[in-house]
Design a protein around this ligand. Structure first.
Ligand code: FES
Ligand SMILES: [Fe+2]
Length: 390
């Protein structure tokens, strides 16, 4: 089945849901122990077995479009330096000097082809090669060639740059994300305009991710915003391994699609329905006509915290004053912060009170069920175990 046929099929099910007052459902309800959100040992296993082992998103192509552009990012215990070389390829490296481990690049982003370590002045080119040892006659022998910045794998697809934080051995990117990136690739985000970023702070990373996976909470938590445009508790799911497509119907879906042939439903994104595309373990992409939001959940520093970067892009530089664009980003950031992440922080307090031993995901929360099954699959460390499906 082509990507378009898959979309059409999911959207047709969504229209049936409106007609029949139904939604996509898992086979049964599912419980997850409350400690999965609070236990430091479980959190550490999630970091070691998931976040450090699978390809994780670290930058948008358009954050570093030109040769010499760079970005720094602290991801768990790894300080990253992400650069664009003269030949157009990207590098992801550990931002740590090979002399005595000082941080080399200290700004969040910029453009320069060489980096001088601020401690003793050793110099690196932006591909990580060590070019100069300060006062080398006095320092003594040092193999510059063997002591560049530590390189990490780089996968740049469909406008997104990924790395693997702890790459011991081969990582099969296409097996993990290939189909999903083919799907996301239809958007052509590698050519879009990068508008800016906001940061918000929230609870355990899974609480934040859970929030992107269901529309059951729209009526109660977003009565004046999302629920004004979108049905609450009506959604249809698709999946590529642990990555999900979630389709949410607008209140106007029947009206907007009434003259659209079913084999053309896929052409009407944002005109009757929206997609949330999630990339396990921590990314959600919401394409909207005004501005597209790519949320990047950064776990830690412990089980009860995350920092989320809200990255905003648009197919072209939005018309109008920059102040309007900034206002739109502030507004969306405010909705996620006050209507989702504040709820998440209250949930975290609830979980830490040990009031109930489990949380329960309903049959309607099928995306959350798939997500938690995949987390368990990784923590079980048994690659031969059957992989979870919807
Ligand atoms: S730590 Fe970088 S030059 Fe000394
Ligand atoms: Fe929400």
């Amino acid at each position: 089945m082509s990507i378009e046929q898959n979309y059409n099929r999911i959207i047709a099910r969504l229209i049936d849901d409106i007609d029949n007052n139904t939604t996509d459902q898992a086979e049964g309800t599912m419980t997850v122990p409350s400690t999965a959100y609070t236990d430091p040992d479980i959190w550490q296993q999630e970091m070691d077995l998931i976040f450090k082992k699978v390809p994780v998103f670290v930058a948008l192509t358009q954050e570093i479009p030109n040769p010499g552009d760079y970005k720094t990012l602290q991801f768990l215990d790894k300080p990253l330096l992400i650069t664009r070389l003269q030949d157009g390829t990207a590098r992801v490296m550990l931002n740590v000097c090979s002399h005595r481990a000082m941080t080399i690049a200290n700004k969040p982003c910029g453009n320069q082809s060489r980096f001088t370590c601020p401690y003793h002045g050793w110099m690196y080119s932006n591909d990580g090669a060590l070019r100069g040892v300060a006062d080398q006659e006095k320092f003594g022998d040092f193999d510059k060639q063997a002591n560049g910045l530590r390189q990490l794998p780089v996968y740049e697809r469909a406008g997104l740059i990924f790395t693997v934080l702890d790459a011991d051995g081969e990582v099969d990117f296409d097996c993990f994300l290939g189909e999903m990136m083919e799907d996301v690739g239809r958007l052509g985000m590698e050519k879009w305009h990068y508008c800016g970023q906001r940061q918000i702070h929230g609870a355990n990373w899974k609480i934040a991710y859970d929030g992107y996976l269901e529309g059951y909470h729209f009526a109660a938590a977003h009565p004046d915003t999302i629920a004004q445009r979108t049905y609450s508790n009506v959604m249809e799911f698709g999946a590529y391994g642990p990555h999900t497509l979630i389709c949410f119907p607008h209140l106007a879906i029947k009206e907007n699609l009434k003259d659209v042939a079913p084999d053309q439903y896929h052409t009407q994104e944002n005109n009757g329905y929206d997609w949330i595309r999630t990339l396990f373990p921590n990314i959600s992409i919401f394409v909207a006509p005004e501005i597209t939001l790519i949320s990047q959940i950064m776990p830690g520093p412990g089980p009860n915290q995350n920092t989320t970067y809200l990255n905003f892009i648009h197919p072209s530089k939005p018309a109008g004053e920059d102040v309007e664009l900034q206002g739109m980003m502030d507004f969306l950031c405010d909705v996620v912060d006050t209507e989702d992440y504040k709820v998440g922080l209250a949930i975290q307090r609830g979980l830490e009170a040990h009031a109930h031993s489990n949380v329960t995901f309903g049959r309607n929360e099928a995306g959350n069920q798939l997500f938690h099954k995949w987390v368990s699959w990784y923590l079980a460390k048994d690659p031969s175990a059957p992989k979870p499906t919807l």
